[in-house]
Each structure stands twice: as structure tokens, then as C-alpha cells.
Design a binder for this molecule. Structure first.
Ligand code: LLP
Length: 447
């Protein structure tokens, strides 16, 4: 059991608040995060890098709730953003523009303009076309864009195929072998100032070896370009440090701390004596193990040999198991008596797709309708990937700190969900009645 998710009197808590109490307050399904865990993971990472000239730019894509971003911003974090929406979220949460990096392979001109006007730290550029567009937009605005060239180091990160980004066949970055010429050829493009190089080889890395290879390639190139007279001064080492999904919660946190120590030690070894500011873009590491998705068992049914536990959360709320076959620990909120026999069950959601399955043949204690369960390690890439598929409103998010909690995003209400649609004029009541007097259908609200 973790200090942030302890069982007290046989009931699972988030920090000092019982999950049953949260479920009464907001209904299920809902996400909850421990602010104490967020702070601890940030401090652990920052402490591991202490003394290095480093800016930690939290990768908002992992969890972009304003309260989460502000928790990190208050601890001194910057932000890694990949869209104008994320840029706006970071600024709204109080992240200073000069600590924001804008990454991503497909930034639009309007997004570049907004970021230039905000005065961000760095644009991570990934193609010649993007560089030319940035040059144009910067000139129009009479300003200069600070650029880091994202290199594709052709390193296999050894993670899931869907989340690897540093192999030669991926859409990300500029081929490391061409990067030198690319930069020298374009170094005097108007409105562009090359400040550094960037790399990000994938997500959920559990081994430091691929990092070492990629960072070494980046540093070699950095030294070569400085030798050729390009005044580079910054290296962006990306994110990707993995967390543990498969173990019990305290163990997860201990393992993450050990991985961070190894990573930091490796980086220190590589950058010793190097004249370079560093940027890090961790996402999952900072939030992944700080959050849970809480759900309630709706029905239990036996179909041929299998037992299905049907819960009120679905793939629209947490898509990682359906999309990546990702494994999330499932824990009952009421701890079973010791020695309770486990039995394999399929845990599934209500969405009308077979892939709306959270776990197959997972050994769990006996479960009854109405029981609360949690999916652990659901702080990263979980709420942010939720959708309203099957017209299920987005779930709420709750932040707990010590004994206090706050709803940091309310459950989407039905009117908001339906109210975003607009009828074209030919379907408005009067118009359709004119043309099809017999076929008039009226939408009726539910009282
Ligand atoms: N920097 C760049 C350029 C990235 O593309 C990413 C993640 C990060 C930083 C942060 O990576 P992290 O530290 O969180 O691993 N939806 C997938 C993960 C996609 C990661 C995309 N890029 C999942 O649920 O596992």
C-alpha cells in the first residue's frame, strides 16, 4: 500500500480521504489524483537533477487539468505543450512563457503566431517546411523565434510500438545524419535563431540504455555544430521515463524513484563538463501513479464459462486498455478478508464494443453489484484521452490534498454535451415542416 493510497479500516483512501466519500460526493465513474503524490513525484525528479542547469517542462499531454498544471507550476515547473490549446492551458495555470517549449510534428501557422506572441522559451522544429513557416510568421511579427531542432536519433526505445518515436521509420524529428547539414544550411534564415537540439525517443521507457545512446548522439552533434560556429546553448532531452503499472502501489513509487536516480546519474555522466542548459519533458512520470479511476460494479453475469464484471466506467473514460492493450491494476475499494480466494473475471464497460474491456481473466476477489473498484496508475494519458463516445459525458476529476478534496473538473452535464450540436436551417422546426409536413420529429428534453 502506498502512503498516498492507503487502506484505512479496510477502505481505500486517496491521501487522507476515503474513496467512498468521494464517490458519494461526485458519483461514479470519476478520476481522482493525490496532490501529495504529484508534489512528491515532482520533487523526486527535481532533486535527482539538482545542481544541473535544468528546466523541467511538464508534458501537459499526460494530464492537462488546470489544478494539476498549477500544482507543478507552483513548484517551479515549466511546460511542454503540443498545441495552442495546451499553450493556453499552461499560460492560464500560471506557467511563465519563458518556461514553455512547443513540441509536435504538425504546428499550424496560427499556433506558431500565438506562441511567438506569448514569448515562449523554444520551438522544437521537426521539418524544413515547419522551419520556413516559422521564419515567415516570425518576420511578419518582427520577432525572432528561438528554435531547437528535434533530432531523430534512430534508436529503438524498447517500448510499445505505438508509443515509440525515435526510430528512423517514425514521423518525428530530422534524421540525425542529415541534421548537421540541415542546420548549417538554414542557420541564417531570417526570424530564426537556433538555440539547441532536442530529442524524444518514446514513452514508458523502463531501461536507460536507449536514452544513453540517443543522448550521446545528440551531444556529439551539439559539439560538432558548436565547433562549426553555431552558438547552440541548450539540449532538450525529452520525456518518456516509464512508471510501473504492474506492482503494488508503494512498490511502484519506489521503483520510479530508483529509475529516476539511474536516469539522472546517466545524464550527469554525459553532460559533465558540457556547456549546455538542459530541458526535460516528463509527463507520465509526474502524474501516472498519482491518479486513479474509480468505478462501480453495475452487474455481474456468467456467460458460458466466463464471469463478466460490468462496471460503470468504459473505454470512453479510460481507453488505454482498448487502444494499447495496456495493463492497469484493479483494486477493490473495500479490502477483502485475508485469504479470500481470487477468481478470474473479465472486467468490462457498458460501451457497445467488445474492445470495451479493461481486463481479461483477471484474478479478483468476489465482487458484488454496487462495489467500488479502482483502476490504478490512471493519472497519465487517461482523462485526457477520454471522449464522449456512446454519448457518455466526460467524467469528473477530483484532487485530494491531505484531508481536503476539491472537484477540479465537474462531470459534463447532458445539456452541455448535446447543446454543442447545431441544427442546420433546413432542419429547424419550421423549415422541415414546410417540406415534409408529415415527417416532423421533435426532440424532447428529459425533465
Ligand atoms: N515530449 C514529447 C515530444 C512527447 O511526444 C511526449 C509524449 C513527452 C515528452 C512525454 O512523454 P512521457 O514522459 O509522458 O512518457 N498515450 C500514450 C503515451 C503517448 C506519449 C506521447 N508523447 C499512453 O497512454 O501510453
Amino acid at each position: 500500500m502506498s502512503q498516498f493510497f492507503p487502506y484505512r479500516d479496510g477502505r481505500l483512501q486517496v491521501s487522507g480521504v476515503a474513496i467512498e466519500r468521494l464517490a458519494e460526493a461526485v458519483d461514479t465513474p470519476f478520476y481522482c489524483y493525490s496532490a501529495d503524490a504529484l508534489e512528491e513525484s515532482y520533487q523526486t525528479f527535481a532533486a535527482a537533477l539538482s545542481g544541473l542547469p535544468a528546466t523541467i517542462c511538464y508534458a501537459l499531454k499526460a494530464n492537462s487539468n488546470q489544478a494539476v498544471i498549477k500544482t507543478f507550476a507552483d513548484l517551479g515547473a515549466g511546460a511542454d505543450v503540443v498545441s495552442e490549446g495546451e499553450l493556453r492551458r499552461a499560460l492560464a495555470a500560471g506557467v511563465p512563457a519563458e518556461r514553455i517549449v512547443f513540441a509536435g510534428v504538425g504546428k499550424k501557422g496560427s499556433e506558431l503566431a500565438t506562441a511567438l506572441d506569448a514569448g515562449i522559451l523554444q520551438f522544437n522544429v521537426e521539418s524544413l517546411s515547419e522551419l520556413k513557416l516559422l521564419s515567415q510568421v516570425a518576420q511578419q511579427r518582427g520577432t525572432t523565434a528561438p528554435v531547437a531542432l528535434r533530432i531523430n536519433p534512430d534508436v529503438d526505445a524498447g517500448t510499445l510500438d505505438q508509443i515509440t518515436t525515435g526510430r528512423a521509420d517514425s514521423k518525428f524529428g530530422i534524421d540525425a545524419r542529415e541534421a548537421r547539414d540541415f542546420l548549417l544550411r538554414n542557420r541564417s534564415l531570417p526570424g530564426i535563431r537556433f538555440d539547441g537540439l532536442a530529442v524524444h525517443i518514446g514513452s514508458q521507457l523502463t531501461d536507460v540504455a536507449p536514452y544513453r545512446t540517443a543522448f550521446q548522439r545528440l551531444i556529439d552533434l551539439y559539439l560538432e555544430l558548436r565547433g562549426a560556429g553555431v552558438p547552440l546553448r541548450r539540449l532538450d532531452l525529452g520525456g518518456g521515463i516509464g512508471i510501473s503499472y504492474k506492482h503494488h502501489l508503494q512498490q511502484q513509487i519506489d521503483e520510479a524513484a530508483a529509475r529516476v536516480r539511474d536516469y539522472a546519474q546517466m545524464v550527469r555522466g554525459l553532460v559533465a563538463g558540457l556547456d549546455a542548459e538542459l530541458v526535460f519533458e516528463p509527463g507520465r512520470l509526474l502524474v501516472g501513479n498519482a491518479g486513479l479511476l474509480v468505478t462501480r460494479v453495475l452487474y455481474v453475469k456468467d456467460n458460458s464459462e466466463r464471469r463478466f464484471v460490468i462496471v460503470d466506467a468504459a473505454m470512453n473514460d479510460l481507453i488505454r486498455p482498448s487502444l494499447y492493450d495496456a495493463w492497469h491494476e484493479i483494486l477493490p475499494v473495500r479490502s477483502p478478508a485475508p485469504d479470500t480466494p481470487l477468481r478470474p473475471v473479465d472486467v468490462v464497460g457498458p460501451v457497445c464494443e467488445s474492445t470495451d474491456t479493461f481486463a481479461k481473466q483477471r484474478p479478483l476477489p468476489p465482487l458484488a453489484e454496487g462495489d467500488l473498484l479502482v483502476f490504478s496508475s490512471a493519472g497519465a494519458y487517461s482523462f485526457v484521452m477520454a471522449s464522449t463516445y456512446n454519448s457518455r459525458p466526460l467524467p469528473p476529476e477530483v484532487l485530494v490534498r491531505g484531508e481536503r478534496f476539491a472537484v477540479v473538473r465537474a462531470r459534463m452535464d447532458y445539456d452541455t454535451m448535446i447543446g454543442q450540436d447545431r441544427l442546420p436551417d433546413w432542419l429547424e422546426d419550421g423549415a422541415s415542416a414546410d417540406r415534409q409536413p408529415g415527417a416532423r420529429v421533435r426532440a424532447r428534453g428529459v425533465a
